[in-house]
Each structure stands twice: as structure tokens, then as C-alpha cells.
Design a protein. Sequence first.
Length: 76
Amino acid sequence: MTASDPRKVLKQIKGKTAKYQKFQKHNLSKKRKFGRSIKKCRRCGRTGGHISKYGLDLCRQCFRESALKLGFKKYS
């Protein structure tokens, strides 16, 4: 019963409630409330280089592409 995706295993053991609950407890990833994985770019979904100031929620690459449209100026 090896599978790279835990959802496939859950389909297989759906009828066996004890195994199902134990598998869920030990093998599924938990919902995150804090940290890097929560803050994602609105446009592309990247988690690194996140700019959340002013409610932008963009990664630095997407910010560079859309900064002029958003009204930011490059001074140097």
C-alpha cells in the first residue's frame, strides 16, 4: 500500500475506519496557521520573497513586473 499521494491511500482504506483515522493522524499534512507556506503570491503562488506591505501579497518578481501599474516609481 505504498503511494506518493496520501489521498490515494485514503480511498483504498475508506471502509476501514480505524485504519483510516490512524492514517489521517500520522500521514496527512496539517493545516498551517503561520509561517512561510501561508503567505503566497497572489499572481503566481510563490512563497519566497513575499511582499505583504500595503496589502500587496506579491512575490518580488511579480512586484517588479506590476509596480508601474500599481503606481510605484523607481527613483534610482
